[in-house]
Design a protein around this ligand. Structure first.
Ligand SMILES: C[S@@+](CC[C@H](N)C(=O)[O-])C[C@H]1O[C@@H](n2cnc3c(N)ncnc32)[C@H](O)[C@@H]1O
Length: 329
């Protein structure tokens, strides 16, 4: 059997010709995604994070069919307009990919040739002041990707205990001043609710001084977004949920943007790509009951310098790919 290290590296696909910008969102690592998923006529893919439909359009352009998921109805509308020209080869469903299993079961879909997850928010969501994701725009403290959800950034900031807020900022934002920011928020909300992004920026700015190019509220905003949308929980459940629907030889490609997400994907693939597990207390290694993938990328693929210069958002993108093993007879 070939080891993952002998696999050709997926890299260098993101040149000029591969640039995919819909005016809604510029897709990251477009060439690398195509190289990893190998789309072609008669193949079926699930794009779990449709966004502006950029990656999906590359799969469709190669002749494949795509079922796109997104929990944001604006994304689905936008992608729908862009991709309707592919007729029945494109379908979309408004859903969180964490329940992918139920949705695919309901659609009667099995044995898909590939799954793509490009997690986090799109440029459009981030830039639209009204969505509350950005510390640069004043808007309601919302941050929901799915506007049907009852949990907003406003409800978290005004409703959670000081301890929980501190934990959110520390764990999801890796913010060293987490405890101080939480204490300041609790102090402010004794006199009034924090309702807008600028209310939060002001509270954060009063305890974190501006140092260097990064905005002082960057990590706090990231942490809140992760908490409001339960992004890490969705990723864990989504990865798991897609497994039974992948055909043998089908591939899963996952793009993440921060270390907490990448750690989840790395562990998920690692746990499933070792034929055996060994523990010091065991006399010998035992078969791994989760063994179901082989790694295609032994380390994550990053954007080339050329892509980063054109699309700065790709700077922190990491792509990991694994291939489903054939089902046991
Ligand atoms: C980075 S964008 C995807 C961009 C897309 N790949 C493209 O090329 O245009 C992420 C999208 O995934 C959606 N999303 C994020 N997490 C999701 C989840 N758990 N379930 C469904 N959609 C999700 C967001 O609403 C957003 O539209």
């Amino acid at each position: 059997m070939r080891t993952p290290k002998q696999e050709p590296k997926i890299a260098g696909g993101g040149g000029d010709s591969a640039r995919v910008f819909s005016g809604y969102h510029e897709s990251v690592l477009p060439g690398e995604v195509v190289e990893a998923l190998r789309p072609g006529e008669g193949k079926l893919y699930i794009d779990g994070t449709l966004g502006g439909g950029g990656h999906a359009s590359l799969l469709l352009e190669a002749g494949a069919s795509v079922i796109g998921f997104d929990q944001d109805e604006e994304a689905l509308e936008e992608a729908g307009k862009k991709l309707e020209k592919y007729g029945e080869r494109f379908r979309s469903v408004r859903t969180n990919f964490r329940v992918a299993g139920e949705v695919l079961e309901g659609l009667g879909v099995r044995d898909v040739d590939g799954v793509l997850l490009d997690v986090g928010v799109s440029s459009r969501q981030l830039d639209a002041g009204g969505r509350g994701f950005s510390f640069r725009e004043n808007g309601p403290l919302d941050m929901r990707m799915d506007r049907r959800s009852p949990v907003t950034a406003e409800s978290v900031v005004n409703g959670e205990t000081q301890e929980r807020l501190s934990e959110i900022f520390r764990e999801y934002g890796e913010e060293p001043m987490a405890a101080k920011v939480a204490a300041r928020i609790v102090q402010v909300r004794e006199s009034r609710r924090l309702e807008t992004t600028f209310d939060l920026v002001e509270a954060v700015g009063s305890v974190i001084p501006k140092r260097g190019p990064r905005h002082p509220a960057t990590k706090v905003f990231q942490a809140l977004r992760v908490a409001v949308n339960d992004e890490l929980g969705s990723l864990k459940e989504g990865l798991e949920g897609f497994v039974p629907f992948l055909a043998g030889g089908g591939r899963m490609a996952v793009i993440t943007f921060h270390s907490l997400e990448d750690r989840i994907v790395k562990r998920f693939f690692k746990e499933r790509s070792a034929p055996e597990i060994d523990r010091p207390e065991w006399a010998q290694a035992r078969p791994n009951p989760l063994y179901s993938f082989r790694l295609i990328t032994s380390s994550p693929v990053a954007a080339t310098a050329a892509e980063v210069s054109k699309n700065p958002r790709s700077r922190s993108a990491k792509l990991r790919v694994a291939e489903k093993l054939p089902r046991k007879p």
